[in-house]
Design a binder for this molecule. Structure first.
Ligand SMILES: NC(=O)c1ccc[n+]([C@@H]2O[C@H](COP(=O)([O-])OP(=O)(O)OC[C@H]3O[C@@H](n4cnc5c(N)ncnc54)[C@H](O)[C@@H]3O)[C@@H](O)[C@H]2O)c1
Length: 393
């Protein structure tokens, strides 16, 4: 068995999430970084790669050069998958180039700049042998897996209400727009039709669907650009209808002063309810009107197999964001190994968010923006992945 070889696009010096990805990728010792195109600037890309101890000839000037050169290397040396950690507008062209050169893709979210690109990506993936994963990080928490398990086995009964919130305060003032991360997120050409809903609302929507096992079918939305001069939203509220008739609320905000990465999920059934917060990720509350509230702690007592697999340390030794991220990598690597062995390697089997989640995420963003601009109360977002695929050429 050999380590799986990873290339990276984006994640150069002073970038945010690329470094987090590298830590997450290395936690389980299954992945080695073999190459990268870390910046659109050639010198910066090279110096970023060298500072990660890569050989100079594997620090590329551009992603096109990287895919072309890597594809020409012997199979046992070339990278096997690429992780995409650039601003949103580059996700599709990079994923497309990678797939056309025969590489698996692990992309950060949102999958693409818009829904047509996501559908084109789905079509491309159908025609190639490549695997595709999307880093919806929060799915990786052990107690999120436990919550999903409790709902699947019916402990909550019929789900009647879902409340999911993701609020941050880092874009609360005009001055906050100076950072590298803010400047492209607030630019529609680079970010897409939404800032806040695209950046964190999509994570919240995915988490709600992942844990509840339901799908959002209709949205009623109100998005705001709180800070004068912004074209894109920095705050929003969305009412949801879910596939079993349950109702929901999704709040996303980047102007909530003092809020950290305040991601919270509450799901109410007709028997019991659950409550989870990223600020206390190793605790899950199980509640009802008739029994004492149960505090479920990661690693204490019986946990479902998925939650157990998502933990690395004994109970009470805190695990968090990096390990949740690492769980996506762990599962994606297992998926690649299965694929290499000719075994079943679909995303659902390996619990890796894939192209279906990618398309649903883009549809969520576009429908929420449309709903916010309309006077119609509810916007259905019917999305049949097969029906919506563009004609293949
Ligand atoms: N999963 C999560 O929890 C999570 C968290 C944060 C960000 N993200 C996503 O990750 C992506 C990056 O966000 P960020 O905050 O790290 O942005 P960033 O601006 O900090 O980093 C972007 C990087 O991409 C590089 N880049 C730009 N154009 C390039 C090109 N043509 N070739 C190679 N590299 C290029 C930049 O030089 C920079 O290194 C975004 O899509 C964002 O939505 C996901």
């Amino acid at each position: 068995m050999k380590k799986v070889r990873m290339g990276m696009v984006g994640g150069g010096k002073n970038a945010f999430i690329g470094a987090v990805h590298r830590i997450a990728a290395f936690i389980d010792g299954e992945i080695e970084l073999v190459c990268g195109a870390f910046s659109s600037d050639e010198a910066r890309s090279k110096s970023s790669g060298l500072s990660l101890y890569l050989p100079e000839n594997r620090c590329y000037a551009s992603y096109d050069e990287m895919f072309e050169t890597e594809a020409s290397l012997p199979k046992t040396q070339r990278m096997e998958f690429v992780v995409i950690v650039t601003p949103n507008y580059l996700h599709f062209p990079i994923a497309k180039a990678a797939i056309e050169n025969g590489f698996h893709v692990l992309s950060d979210k949102p999958a693409t700049l818009n829904l047509p690109e996501a559908l084109a990506l789905a079509s491309l993936i159908k025609r190639h042998e490549c695997l595709y994963g999307l880093t919806h990080t929060y799915n990786g928490y052990p107690l999120i897996k436990q919550a999903k398990h409790l709902i699947e086995k019916g402990d909550l009964g019929n789900i009647v209400k879902v409340v999911v919130e993701y609020s941050q305060g880092w874009l609360a003032s005009k001055n906050d727009e100076q950072s590298k991360q803010a400047s492209w997120r607030l630019d529609p050409e680079k970010s897409g039709v939404s800032c806040c809903m695209g950046d964190i609302g999509g994570h919240a929507a995915n988490l709600a669907e992942y844990v509840s096992g339901l799908q959002i079918t209709d949205v009623c939305a109100d998005l705001t650009s709180t800070i004068v001069g912004r074209t894109l939203d920095d705050d929003g509220t969305v009412m949801l209808k879910l596939s079993n008739g349950a109702k929901g609320v999704l709040l996303a905000s980047q102007i909530s002063l003092g809020d950290e990465n305040n991601l919270k999920l509450r799901i109410y059934g007709d028997k019991k309810s659950i409550e989870w917060s990223q600020l206390e990720p190793n605790t899950l509350w199980l509640k009802s009107n008739t029994e004492a509230t149960l505090q479920i702690r990661a690693g204490v007592g019986e946990m479902c197999i998925e939650a157990q697999r998502a933990m690395r340390t004994p109970a009470g030794h805190p695990e968090g964001y990096l390990e949740a991220f690492a769980n996506i990598y762990q599962n994606f690597v297992a998926q690649i190994r299965a694929h290499n062995n000719g075994e079943q390697s679909d995303n659902a089997t390996f619990d890796v968010p894939g192209i279906e989640e990618a398309v649903r995420g883009m549809a969520f963003i576009e429908n929420v923006v449309m709903a916010s601009q309309s006077d119609l109360k509810w916007h259905p977002f019917a999305l049949d992945l097969n029906q919506n695929l563009p004609e293949q050429n």
